[in-house]
Each structure stands twice: as structure tokens, then as C-alpha cells.
Ligand binder design. Structure first.
Ligand code: NAD
Length: 502
């Protein structure tokens, strides 16, 4: 696979390419080199995109198609995107630094498969549901309708740019909404390419608009725009709070997928070979830049030294290298700021009493690299155990019994995902019931399955994405009541008005 030539990407508004004088460089984190430039939109471009989305919605060109017709277009888009999957993989990894293995399997592979799942949901969703016939106070029947909301705003992060955007665009389109996407500043390429493919394959102009730009400018305008009925956001908890505040002005529906500090709980009866690989996989995939990563390994005190030794031996084999090389296991982190921040966290942990068992440094070479890092002697009250580092840093915390493991696992502002490693299913299920977390994976990690809901407890978010009910969050509920009594007599209007005959 070759690297992309430096190409310019305009934004997409109303089915057209829209350019700006302001451009932003898109940088390959593995080399530090500019791979593309992108039009840099602002609040005015968001206004134009929302107008285009509203006009498309009001025209009925998408929402008035049958769910089967919408599903057919969505499937055509997936087929066309699959035909150029290599191009999408290159656009994704050249901007976010994923390895080609990760970008192929997760970043693009999951994105297209999940979009396809939302097409299936459009066909099976209960768009109308009859309520039971009522006889009191008068004979009647209601039908509960699910209708599109209107214009949906989607604000995405850089770690899984296409996947996490399509988790919002997919159900929004399946339900008949129009969408305006504000991608992250680092990673606008794959969703811009996807929007072009979508329009070339039957999505009407204005239904999907993409405006790259700064969060506090373009993003904030989208989150507060009076004509946006719902805002779906994935990103940091700090920005999630701001989105909620901005959306409150016009009481928008909101879904938030935010940060995590996932515990990987190793029980004393675990298959240790599986647990070691599973804990490392849970933490270091995509250089630890996954919201649901297991970044805190909780290990029984009597197994601690043995387990740390095994972790270090196995993690030492993780090969860093060119992201397009199929032999590379782990790539860079997203940018210089994040690289420095991760190293600061490691230094801070050492200052608080942690020891570096593996790694612990930035690598002095082009691009933004940090070695896989394992920290021991960590207590859950330390900053490194409480705050989201978003880098390849695993902390190992000792516990004495299952109760203490649960209490450490839950001692966090976050509650996105947890894993339990054990050979005893009953014990694991008992523990899973006690963990405050949106997902609990037993003897596995990163189990992102489009058929089950994903999202967080506590400050990890509001609402859920994926799963059979994913369209609920992109629809309004309308109850239509039809009177079947056929007359005035059985109605309770006498509460206000005397009967005309009296
Ligand atoms: P971020 O919050 O800095 O940015 C996310 C998006 O919000 C970007 O598009 C950004 O431009 C925009 N934004 C920033 N400030 C804004 C504002 N004031 N108003 C509107 N939009 C604004 O997050 P990030 O650094 O891109 O991503 C990393 C974070 O995302 C981590 O905390 C991670 O845990 C979280 N994340 C969560 C999930 C999940 O599903 N729960 C998935 C991936 C990432």
C-alpha cells in the first residue's frame, strides 16, 4: 500500500464540495508528515450545512422513502465503500496512526459492517406499534409512531473516526433524518470520502453533510444550533459536559459516549496465559487510545509478581514500526501534545511512588511514539489510576479478595467497560453483576458487537449506541389516539361541560 499524495479535501455541504481559504494540514502521526490538506470550516459553514440538511429533510426526499428503500440505498453505499476499502484504510491510518491490521479489522472493517447492521435495523424496526384498545374513559385505540427527529448533529473524535461517526450517521439515516457531521480536526478524511461515496450511490444531496473545523467554533455551533434536534457526541468527558450545556439551550436530545478507565480484573483461578494476553490486548490495541481500554489491571496480591513478570515478557514482544507494515503490532500516538501528556502522566505516577516495569518513554524518532508502558506499585487513588491517559500505559494494582477487587474497579468517575479473567463462570457472573460499567467482558476484551448496546455508566456517558434499539435515540415518539366510541355519551366531558340535553 502506498502513502497518499498530498491532496486537498473540501467539505461537503448540500451535495456539493465547498472550499475555504483556511486550510488545515492532516498529519500522519507515524511520520509527522503532512499527508493532505482539508478545508477548515467555521460556525458559518455549520449554519449552511444545517440549512441544507433541513431543506433536504423538509423536502421529504429521504425521510419519505420507505424503510426498505432507505436500507437498499445504505447497502449500496456499503458495497461501494467495500470496493474502495483499501483507499478508506489508507485515509484512516494516514491520519490517525492505526496499524494496517487495526485499520483493516476495526477502523474500516467494523465501520462498514456496522453501517450495514443499521440498514438491517431500518427494515425490522417497529415504526408503528399499536397500543391495546382501551375502553376507559371511552373506547379508543392509540398507535405509537416513531418518526425522524429532523437534523442530527454528530461530533466525532480522532481515534475511530469513521466507525464512531457511522455509529451516529447509520441509525440517523436509517430513521430518515438528515445529518451534519463535525469530524475531529485530526481525522476528517475518511468521513469526507464516505459522504462522497454515499452521494454517488443514491443518498440525496443535503442528507449527509460534513464540516471539518475546530471544536469550540464549528463543533460548539452545531451543538447549540436551534435547528438541530439531536446531538450525538463521542469524545472526552470534559467536552461532553460542554456539549450537554450547549444542547440545553434548545433542549436537544443528546447521546454522549465519553471516557473510561477500565478495570481488567484477573481472578486467582484465571487461565494466566489467556489473561496475560487478554489484559495486554485490552490495553495496548491502537496504542491504548480506545475509550473502553482496560487500563487498570487488578491482580491478586499473591500472584502479583508472577503476573507482572509474565506481562512484561509478553509486552516486550510488541513490535512498533511502520503503520503500513503488516508485521507491526503497535503504532504511534495521535500527536506531539498527546505524546508529551502521556509522558507527563508516567513521570507523575513515578513521583507518586509507582515503578516502571516496562517502557516509560517517548521514542526519539519522526512521528509521535511512546513505548508500551507497564507501571507497578500503583494504588487506585493515584492520578494515573483515576484519570484517562489515552496512551499505551497499563497500571497494575494488587487486591486481596473479590470484594476489594469490586471496590477498586468501581472506585472511578468512569464506568464504560470492564473485563474479568477467570475459569469460574458463576463467580465471574456474580462479579459482573457488581461492576458499575456499561459493558463487562468475561475472558475477553474489546468485544464491540454491533448487535448489543454500547455506552457508559457514570461520567462515561449518556445513552447507548448500537444494539437492536439503536434507532430509538434518533427518533421522536408520537402517540396518535383514535376515538372508537362513536359519540358524545361515553366521554368524560361532563367534568367540564354539562351534557347538552340536561
Ligand atoms: P475531544 O473531546 O477533545 O474531541 C472530540 C470532538 O469534540 C472533536 O471533534 C472536537 O473537535 C470536538 N470538540 C472539542 N471541543 C468542543 C466544543 N467546545 N464544542 C463542541 N465540540 C468540541 O476528544 P478526543 O481527544 O478527540 O478523543 C478522545 C476522548 O474521546 C477520550 O476521552 C476517549 O475516551 C473518548 N472516546 C470515547 C468513546 C466512547 O465511545 N465512549 C470512544 C472514543 C473516544
Amino acid at each position: 500500500m502506498t502513502s497518499v499524495d498530498i491532496k486537498h479535501f473540501p467539505m461537503r455541504i448540500g451535495g456539493r464540495e465547498v472550499d475555504t481559504e483556511r486550510r488545515r494540514n492532516v498529519v500522519d502521526p507515524s511520520t509527522g508528515e503532512t499527508v493532505a490538506t482539508v478545508a477548515h470550516g467555521d460556525a458559518g459553514h455549520v449554519d449552511a450545512a444545517v440549512s441544507a440538511a433541513r431543506a433536504a429533510f423538509d423536502s421529504g426526499v429521504w425521510r419519505h422513502r420507505t424503510p426498505q428503500e432507505r436500507a437498499a440505498v445504505m447497502r449500496r453505499i456499503v458495497a461501494a465503500a467495500n470496493d474502495v476499502a483499501d483507499e478508506l484504510i489508507e485515509l484512516e491510518l494516514s491520519a490517525n496512526g492505526a496499524t494496517v491490521r487495526q485499520a483493516t479489522g476495526f477502523h474500516i472493517g467494523y465501520a462498514l459492517a456496522h453501517f450495514s447492521y443499521f440498514a438491517d435495523l431500518a427494515e425490522t424496526y417497529a415504526w408503528q406499534r399499536p397500543a391495546p384498545i382501551t375502553t376507559f374513559p371511552a373506547l379508543g385505540q392509540a398507535v405509537v409512531h416513531r418518526e425522524p427527529i429532523g437534523v442530527v448533529g454528530a461530533i466525532a473524535p480522532w481515534n475511530f473516526p469513521l466507525l464512531l461517526t457511522l455509529w451516529k450517521v447509520g441509525p440517523a439515516l436509517a430513521a430518515g433524518n438528515s445529518v451534519v457531521v463535525k469530524p475531529d480536526e485530526h481525522t476528517p478524511l475518511s468521513i469526507l470520502a464516505f459522504a462522497r461515496i454515499a452521494e454517488e450511490n443514491g443518498l440525496p444531496p443535503g442528507v449527509l453533510n460534513v464540516v471539518p473545523g475546530d471544536g469550540p467554533d464549528a463543533g460548539a455551533r452545531l451543538a447549540s444550533h436551534p435547528d438541530v434536534g439531536k446531538i450525538a457526541f463521542t469524545g472526552s468527558t470534559a467536552v461532553g459536559r460542554e456539549i450537554m450545556r450547549l444542547a440545553a439551550g434548545t433542549v436537544k436530545q443528546v447521546t454522549l459516549e465519553l471516557g473510561g478507565k477500565g478495570p481488567s480484573i484477573v481472578l486467582d483461578d484465571a487461565d494466566l496465559d489467556l489473561a496475560v494476553d487478554g489484559v495486554l490486548y485490552g490495553c495496548f490495541v491502537y496504542s491504548g487510545q480506545v475509550c473502553e481500554s482496560g487500563t487498570r489491571a487488578l491482580v491478586p496480591a499473591h500472584l502479583y509478581d508472577d503476573f507482572v513478570g509474565r506481562l512484561v515478557t509478553r509486552a516486550s514482544t510488541i513490535a512498533l514500526g511502520p503503520t503500513r507494515d503488516w508485521d507491526t503490532d503497535m503504532g504511534p500516538v495521535i500527536d506531539a501534545h498527546q505524546q508529551a501528556r502521556i509522558v507527563d502522566y508516567i513521570h507523575g505516577a513515578v513521583a507518586e511512588g509507582a515503578a516502571v516495569a516496562l517502557g516509560g518513554q517517548a521514542i526519539d524518532q519522526p512521528g509521535y511514539w511512546v513505548t508500551p508502558t507497564i507501571l507497578t506499585g500503583v494504588h487506585n487513588s493515584m492520578r494515573i489510576a483515576q484519570e484517562e491517559v489515552f496512551g499505551p500505559v497499563l497500571v497494575v494494582i494488587a487486591y486481596s479478595d473479590d470484594d476489594e477487587a469490586v471496590s477498586i474497579a468501581n472506585d472511578s468517575d468512569y464506568g464504560l467497560a470492564a473485563s474479568i479473567w477467570s475459569s469460574d463462570n458463576s463467580r465471574s457472573l456474580d462479579l459482573a453483576a457488581r461492576i458499575d460499567s456499561g459493558s463487562v467482558w468475561i475472558n475477553d476484551a474489546h468485544q464491540i458487537n454491533c448487535q448489543v448496546p454500547f455506552g457508559g455508566f457514570k461520567q462515561s456517558g449518556v445513552g447507548r449506541e448500537l444494539g437492536p434499539d439503536a434507532l430509538d435515540a434518533y427518533t421522536e415518539v408520537k402517540t396518535v389516539h383514535l376515538d372508537l366510541s362513536g359519540g358524545r355519551d361515553s366521554k368524560p366531558y361532563d367534568i367540564l361541560l354539562s351534557h347538552a340535553d340536561e
